[in-house]
Design a protein around this ligand. Structure first.
Ligand code: ATP
Ligand code: MN
Ligand code: MN
Length: 397
């Protein structure tokens, strides 16, 4: 096309929570480049940098068509110098050398492999890399002490790095629903996280549980977890109690994005019937090319599921998060656990910077009125914040 004269002018508000971001992305080449740099910054705990790349990525995701010309970007918010340089390179050459260099770098590859273990974060991975550990084999051979989560993570490494399909999420939902209702009749179970936003796959499955009668939900998860375990559905679980008290430390700590609901982080054993086994989906489908060299996440010998053995298995491991909220906080929990992560972060930033309010997955506090604002639905929370309501399917920032 030789039409370079007219630059499209996009108008995009600056907070992601003011925008409608669907899964239809017209700029995947650009957003994947920025996303890799954001991920690399996250893995290196360079938070400011990571957020800057995430914001640029999100602006491009919200555009109604593909950017073909740098001039198309005029007037767009959040695009810093660094992001613009990356976009410029990709528009010109189809790739960015900085992105490709990062993708190929030993450190990035090692951080990816090690943090791909459930229970291993950036700090632990960095410590191991400094000790010369950058593959699963080296980790295995090092004799490092692993906690229970990490042991389970290593044992189910391959499965947990395979995307979870919506049908698998629904199958797990049926099991969870049955067990929860047997412990607490009348409980309400909602699929949250990426699947609620309409994503076809996810890295885990997230459920929010509540009960219409306040208080009935207390202590639910330990019972649910032990039932699931006795029925053979759990390969790993860690349940924590609700530690939230409105009166104890008020809104100050609410700005942190860690909430304090009763919750269970688990690894589910999902039985698959022959029609849905992985034979239909190549096991390497979700791997990036960077993982197919000698840093490849082959599971260390002896521990587990591998090769032929796993192809014959009738089950797979899936990460499942269960969260319980009292009904009075349900709307906040639902909003806070639906994501995307950037959408949530932007909503809290909007609340703080534009409205002098403090938003968490538990509550909304108005600093000027010095009181909590109640809400029975997500719509009411958006209204309190002076935002147009954005449905889950348009929160894919
Ligand atoms: P994926 O499809 O990859 O799972 P996701 O959007 O579901 O993507 P999750 O990491 O499962 O991502 O998180 C879902 C939502 O729950 C996000 O909005 C996130 O902010 C929220 N969340 C996750 N962990 C916590 C936590 N420890 N405390 C509070 N909120 C959390
Ligand atoms: Mn999720
Ligand atoms: Mn999750």
């Amino acid at each position: 096309q030789i039409n370079e004269a007219a630059a499209v002018v996009f108008s995009v508000p600056s907070y992601a929570c003011q925008r409608r971001t669907t899964l239809q992305n017209h700029n995947t080449v650009l957003t994947e480049a920025l996303s890799l740099l954001a991920e690399n910054a996250e893995l290196n705990e360079e938070d400011g940098r990571a957020i800057a790349f995430r914001r640029s990525e999100a602006v491009l995701k919200a555009l109604p068509k593909a950017v073909t010309n740098l001039a198309d970007l005029r007037g767009l918010p959040c695009l810093g110098e660094h992001s613009l340089k990356i976009i410029k390179d990709v528009l010109k050459d189809g790739v960015s050398s900085e992105v490709e260099t990062t993708r190929q770098s030993d450190r990035y590859k090692a951080l990816k492999v090690l943090t791909g273990i459930f229970g291993v974060g950036a700090k632990t991975a960095d410590r191991w890399i400094k000790m010369g550990i950058s593959t699963l084999h080296q980790l295995q051979a090092s004799g490092q002490t692993l906690n229970q989560a990490q042991q389970a993570g290593l044992e189910h490494y391959e499965d947990l790095n395979q995307p979870v399909a919506k049908a698998e999420a629904d199958a797990i939902g049926d099991v969870v629903q049955k067990v929860v209702l047997s412990v607490l009749p009348g409980a309400l179970i909602t699929l949250i996280g990426g699947f609620r936003r309409g994503k076809p796959t996810g890295h885990d499955v997230d459920f929010l549980i509540t009960h219409p009668e306040e208080g009935r939900e207390v202590g639910l998860l330990p019972k649910v977890a032990s039932l699931l375990k006795s029925q053979g559905f759990l390969l790993y679980q860690k349940t924590t109690r609700n530690s939230y008290l409105e009166s104890d430390d008020g809104p100050a700590r609410l700005s942190s994005n860690m909430d304090r609901f009763e919750r269970c982080f688990s690894i589910f054993k999902l039985e698959m019937n022959p029609g849905t086994t992985r034979s239909g989906t190549p096991r390497s489908s979700s791997r990036t090319e960077s993982q197919s060299d000698d840093h490849s996440p082959q599971t260390p010998g002896g521990v587990h599921e591998n090769g032929l053995e796993s192809r014959r298995r009738s089950w797979r491991a899936v990460r499942v998060d269960l969260v319980v909220s009292p009904i009075s906080q349900f709307a906040f929990a639902l909003l806070g656990w639906t994501g995307s992560k950037l959408f949530e972060r932007e909503m809290r930033r909007w609340a703080g910077h534009e409205k002098a309010m403090s938003l968490s997955s538990h509550a909304l506090y108005d600093t000027k009125q010095r009181r909590y604002l109640r809400a029975a639905s997500e719509e009411e929370i958006f209204a309190h914040l002076g935002l147009e309501y954005i449905p889950p399917s348009q929160r894919n920032a």
